[in-house]
Design a protein around this ligand. Structure first.
Ligand code: FAD
Length: 451
């Protein structure tokens, strides 16, 4: 029997999860890794994202962190402000994140992260990319996974692989087929968040005459302006050349069209109206956005899936645990998934039974952890968006207390900025955990695995 490194692995999607799976497996010595991506290139919607030490630790091991970090901005503090009047509710200093967790917390461009990982993949001769290839269906799950691919300009064809990893995002086709093959509802139960996000990038040139915004651009601070049902988070990316804003507000567009795309061009006037009771600084920032450059994203999560695996197929990243962005951990979780996939598959003996069991161990390792992060992001959103009332008074008391005492380990209602939550997330080493718990979880996996 050939060892695991001879296995043919097919990965669907070249987002953060797909790239991470490919790199992890290549670094483990897997020799045949094919990545199928429906887009014709590594095209990413322009937006910033935060990259925390738990993500950096993994990318550093794969030798692609240095370049990504060089293009990013180190985050050293966080300020939570009342949207209506810019009053500061809490201020979190994060001067020693690198000492505590081994890596900085940085903010960068989404493309920079994806491209850094992609360039690292290109150095691995065992990874092959097939752009403009969309998975259409999966018809067998073991001993080989059989699936149909449709090239953009060609006829659909069928392929077999020893392992299929569905890293095809929140609208995953792989997930649809996996669930329906088990006679489960093919679509997960949508938990409507009723939230959408505008994502905006202000270039230095646009704001050069506004000292207040320039100071934010030149700073190392992640700032959140909060208000009832809405907030804005903003930080510098691209070596302080771009000020990235991401909003959250009630969803009025996507909810009306449940099957529509998850991103759309939005109306600037409407965006400004949504934040009309925010302070003049916020108004000025929104006003700098050129008409036609407002992009709105749907924010959606779903109920936990009954399973992430069947036979030699597993789901990865947003395909199995989509999250609200309020903890800034969605991409990090997808990359952690990839790292864990590398660990568990390297321990397989290469038989279909062993592959299925190892993929189930992956699910057991990741399910609880990712659900906790999804729940925390949801809870954080609820706290940030409170309207007038007792709950808001209590939230603001906690913010005030943290501000007055100086934040040590006490709870901050914005979970992202809460040192105790940061500790729990940033110190987590998914590779270490995979190795510590593999044997124990293998026994559990053997009992529940479905071929
Ligand atoms: C507003 C917002 C802010 C965010 N901020 C942060 C942040 O600061 N930090 C952070 O860590 N995360 C953040 N995230 C979350 C993060 O972007 C996602 O969780 C992450 O990109 C998920 O990666 P993925 O690989 O699972 O899915 P995706 O990145 O969606 O990749 C899926 C890939 O599969 C491809 N695909 C889809 N269908 C098919 C098919 N049928 N065949 C072939 N290919 C297919 C797609 O084209 C895509 O390339 C944010 C998300 C949002 C919406």
């Amino acid at each position: 029997m050939a060892g695991p490194r001879e296995l043919e692995v097919a990965i669907i999607g070249s987002g953060m999860g797909g790239l991470a799976c490919a790199l992890a497996l290549a670094k483990k010595g897997f020799k045949k890794i094919d990545v199928y991506e429906t887009a014709s290139s590594l095209g990413f919607v322009g937006a910033g994202l935060q990259m925390a030490p738990n993500m950096a630790r993994i990318l550093d091991k794969w030798q692609c962190w240095e370049q990504i970090e060089a293009e990013a901005t180190v985050v050293r503090e966080s300020s939570i402000r009342q949207g209506s009047n810019n009053e500061e509710l809490a201020h979190v200093h994060m001067p020693n994140i690198k000492n505590l967790y081994g890596h900085n917390h940085v903010a960068g461009h989404r493309f920079s992260l994806a491209n850094g990982m992609y360039q690292a993949c290109l150095k691995e001769p065992t990874i092959k990319f097939h752009f403009a290839h969309m998975i259409e269906s999966v018809s067998a799950w073991s001993p080989k996974v059989t699936f149909t691919l449709k090239p953009r300009n060609g006829d659909a064809f069928t392929r077999k692989a020893d392992v299929l990893l569905g890293a095809d995002g929140i609208k995953s086709t792989t997930r649809t087929h996996l669930l329906s093959s088990l006679d489960l509802p093919s679509q997960p139960t949508i938990q409507d968040t009723d939230q959408a996000a505008y994502r905006i990038m202000l270039k230095r040139e646009q704001v050069k005459d506004d000292p207040e915004i320039l100071a934010l651009l030149d700073g190392d601070c992640v700032t959140r302006w909060i208000g009832p049902q809405r907030h804005i988070i903003a930080y510098s990316v691209d070596n302080h050349d771009i000020y990235n804003l991401s909003t959250t507000q009630p969803d009025t567009h996507f909810a009306a069209a449940p099957n529509a795309s998850y991103t759309t061009l939005a109306d600037k006037g409407e965006m400004i109206r949504v934040f009309q009771d925010f302070c003049p600084l916020v108004h000025r920032m929104l006003d700098y956005v050129p008409e036609g450059e407002v992009c709105e994203w749907r924010l959606r999560v779903h109920a936990p899936l009954p399973t992430w695996t069947r036979g030699s197929c597993a789901l990865v990243g947003d395909a199995c645990h989509p999250t609200l962005p309020h903890l800034s951990q969605g991409a990090a979780m997808a990359i952690e998934d990839g790292a864990v996939i590398g660990e568990v598959l390297a321990k397989s003996d290469g038989t279909p039974e062993s592959i299925a069991k190892c993929l189930k161990v992956f699910e057991l390792l990741r399910r609880e952890r990712t659900q906790m992060m999804v729940d925390l992001a949801k809870a954080s959103g609820r706290a940030l968006h409170l309207g007038e009332g007792k709950a808001k008074e209590e939230r603001d008391r906690l913010f005030r207390e943290a501000k007055e005492k100086g934040i040590g380990q006490q709870t901050v209602p914005d979970k992202w900025a809460s040192p105790e939550v940061q500790k729990m997330i940033y110190s987590y080493d998914c590779v270490q955990e995979s190795n510590d718990y593999f044997d124990k979880l293998s026994k559990e996996a053997a009992k529940v695995v479905q071929i």
